[in-house]
Design a protein around this ligand. Structure first.
Ligand SMILES: *Cc1c(COP(=O)(O)O)cnc(C)c1O
Length: 237
């Protein structure tokens, strides 16, 4: 495939997703300006990130630490400076420090230990870091991670009490194989609870290639869309 073909393919994918977001917004009378598209580039090379940037993308998401670190390091510094990099993958506290070397936002914060590790690492780098709390909507869906709903309040307070972390809101993945609408409705209620205590925490990160319409309907402010734009990934996860 030539460079031009790949760029054309990504452009077509972005157009399809943009049209889906616009029509999902229209259906519930929302302004599309209130929805940020985070393009999930996991499994795809830095060259695709550069193409996406050239096509106007400003937010990318990555879910595997080493891959993300290598990819971001490969970007032209001007391209990198123009992007917001969201880490959306499961995070062990021993990796948290390293993630702060390239991520602007960590969406997948689900434990007090990770909060403490990110705060320490951000302090060492003398920088602030935006975080969202990943909520487990499935109930003990350990494979996908996330804080249990009844523990969100305490975790939100831990972020708010940290020195370097800015609490932006909540994030979730819809339970596999179930209707996403009730799960996203629950996420919205939980987001409102967090927002009441922490007025700056306004983000609801929900919705992927398969369920972005349901997420928009439930008030998502951030969508994380990969395969609908970049094509299908290798089966290995
Ligand atoms: C891979 C991934 C996405 C994007 O999924 P697609 O179905 O390819 O759009 C979104 N969120 C998280 C946490 C992911 O790991």
């Amino acid at each position: 495939m030539t460079e031009d073909q790949r760029t054309a393919e990504l452009k077509a994918g972005l157009e399809v997703v943009d049209a889906r977001i616009r029509s999902a917004c229209a259906a519930v009378d929302r302004d599309p300006e209130g929805v940020t598209l985070v393009v999930v580039t996991k499994f795809f090379p830095a060259a695709d990130v550069t193409r996406l940037h050239d096509l106007g993308v400003r937010h990318i998401g990555e879910n595997r630490h080493q891959e993300a670190a290598d990819k971001v390091a490969e970007l032209d510094p001007r391209t990198r400076a123009d992007l917001t990099v969201h880490f959306i993958g499961q995070l062990q506290s021993n990796k948290a420090a390293a993630v702060t070397s390239y991520a602007d936002v960590v969406q997948s914060v689900d434990r007090a230990k990770v909060v403490a590790a990110l705060d320490r690492a951000a302090a060492q780098r003398d920088r602030r870091l935006s975080v969202t709390l990943q909520v487990d909507l499935a109930g003990s869906d350990a494979a996908r991670g996330g804080v249990a709903p009844h523990e969100i309040g305490a975790l939100a307070d831990a972020v708010a009490d940290s020195a370097q972390l800015d609490l932006r809101g909540v994030m979730a993945v819809a339970p596999l194989g179930a209707d996403p609408a009730p799960a996203f409705a629950r996420l919205r209620e939980l987001a409102e609870d967090v927002h009441r205590e922490h007025p700056d925490a306004t983000w609801i990160s929900a919705g992927m290639s398969g369920d972005l319409e349901a997420a928009v309907a439930a008030g998502a402010t951030h969508l994380r869309v990969g395969s609908a734009i970049l094509g299908s990934r290798p089966a290995l996860r």
